[in-house]
Design a protein around this ligand. Sequence first.
Ligand code: NAD
Length: 700
Amino acid sequence: MSNAHYEVNGEVAVIRLDNPPVNGLGIALRQGIVDGIKQAEADNNVGAVVIIGSDRAFSGGADISEFGTPKMHAEPILTTVTHYVETSRKPVIAAISGACMGGGLELAMSCHYRVARPDAQIALPEVKLGILPGAGGTQRLPRLIGAEHALNMIVSGAVVPAKQFKGSPLFDEMVEGDLLEGALAFARKGIAEKMPLNKVRDLKARHPNPEGFFMVARNTVGAMAKNYPAPLKCVDAVEAAVTKPFDVGMKVERDAFSYLVMTPESRALRHAFFSERKTSKIADVPSDTPTREIKQVGIIGGGTMGTGISINFLNAGIPVTLVEMKQEGLDRGVAAIQKVYEGRVKKGKLSEDKAKACMDLLTPSLSYRDLSNADLVIEAVFEEMGVKESVFKELDSVCKPGAILASNTSTLDVNKIASFTKRPENVIGLHFFSPANIMKLLEVVRGDKTAKDVLATAMKLAKTIKKTAVVSGVCDGFIGNRMINQYQREALLMLQEGASVQQIDKAIEKFGFAMGPLRMADLAGGDIGWAIRKRQYAEKPDMKKMVVADRLCEMGRYGQKTGAGFYRYEPGNRNALHDPEVDKVVDEVRAELGITPRKISNQEILERCVYALVNEGARLLEEGIAQRASDIDMVYLTGYGFPVFRGGPMHYAEEVGLANVVRNMEPFAENPHTEPGFWEPAPLLAKCAAEGRGFDEQGQ
Ligand code: NAD
């Protein structure tokens, strides 16, 4: 069945693109466009053709449901379609509204004319997937809007309103009223005036000083692109548009596309793109599960997390009642929220009116009774089970039936918290990350009794507040922190075995993490990790002790907040400085433990830290705590600064090859300073490695 409808309106043939939601250029639509052009050419009564989409989208580009399937490469591919359109013997006019992106914009640029609504959104976002436009976008856009604007759009992937290019050859007319009427009028007038078959390929993409411009562009883009090869290839392609004939430029574009699509960076970016879309799919919670309406939110605790969490809802226009124990705490919380809005206004990121509107949605309170109308309450009080118990008992007594009761706990058992209420089915974990108004990740912790519609509501709400929500089962640390504990552990053990603080962080930062594990510990606060370790030492007496880290905490070195941790910090400055005091502690601890320090390679540092994540990730999959490996990757990409161009720990391991990962882990098990069993590959990892398959691929 074709997704393109053909009809004739007087002398004008109209091809209407109809592949909701965004007219993705799937095979049926591509074929429909070609058929429509042929039909129009064969009809003597037709003088021109209009291609139009929906209000929402002319076309958002490739049909992502075809990615990785043979349909994507089936003829007519997009370059074949654009060829048919451009060589049509009858003028073709693109009528553009809504999204006109990627392949959609390339299709429009192959038309002889373009009319658009001023608010249509245009973009060539391919660079965000580590590739470049592959159907002439890099050659035609510079010919229409000039090399400089085109390069900016192609290198950034930014979305721009059509009206920005009003008056340029990109748009022949802006249509304020009905788009189809406007396009038909344009076509009729053109037929009467015998409009020529304008081909963008015949235009010249000019620049007064191409040599100088592209040299500077290469330097700037190269410096910004760092680990990503696509942006520089975009520069090559746009340069070819300016300096070479069209067909040669098309070859430069095609070669660059073929190269980029095979790079690990592009594979990682595409993996992240698709993984993000999968996170909201929950095996036993169908997408049509009814959700509860969340019109009023309560937050308990106006500390670091409570204030950040509140801002998410205020930004989304949802009223928040913030409850604290004492007036002083409440005032501090409100002031913290106010400060964030003032900062955004000062930086010009938010208007004063909008900031005020957000603040007006905030109701500070000292009484739980003010939560009787809340549809959702999120608790962010101290991390102690006793405190959580009294809060949840109180909530159970004041909240209306059907209200969702959530905890932001990072370590406590959500099932136990649910058991403090008479409505455990309405209890869920909503684990935000600090700073909660900025970090994208939200771990949605599904308790044993959490109702499906409560889970579905949380996932939907996450979208409203622009978070990437990943479902986690209940366990110590959920997905993210349970894995990071193993990564930190390896870093701390290597510090005892012979590596220095600086070497460990540098090796991990070179891999692409924004911050090495020890700088990260200093930022998070050493006391938090210490508390977790003390609990774990008690639970598992055989566990290896992270003596250096413990010793530094005993000395009151909690990291940035105390001006000293694994590094030292000057007042008011977050720069991590080498501290000989720490070296001294490290030497003492090594002597106490009888460890003769050995030289540890950067490769070992990297592998022990990252493979510790991977092995624990595989255990989480086995236990059903994480639904899929790609969810784990999203946790790490959005919450832990894992380098995006590596696609997350599980994807990275698959790129290395799971059999290689298992093999590389073997010598670590021989290390006398590790506990037996730690480097035993998780059964799922071993199985996938043996079967030569990825974590999310079905085994036999
Ligand atoms: P915080 O100490 O900054 O704030 C806690 C606030 O809760 C305080 O202002 C306190 O006055 C208030 N409070 C305590 N008991 C209360 C009660 N009975 N009623 C009302 N208010 C009460 O702590 P935080 O860092 O915001 O952490 C809060 C929760 O979020 C903890 O469970 C923590 O584990 C979790 N968490 C923290 C982080 C983080 O990075 N800080 C990240 C994720 C989750």
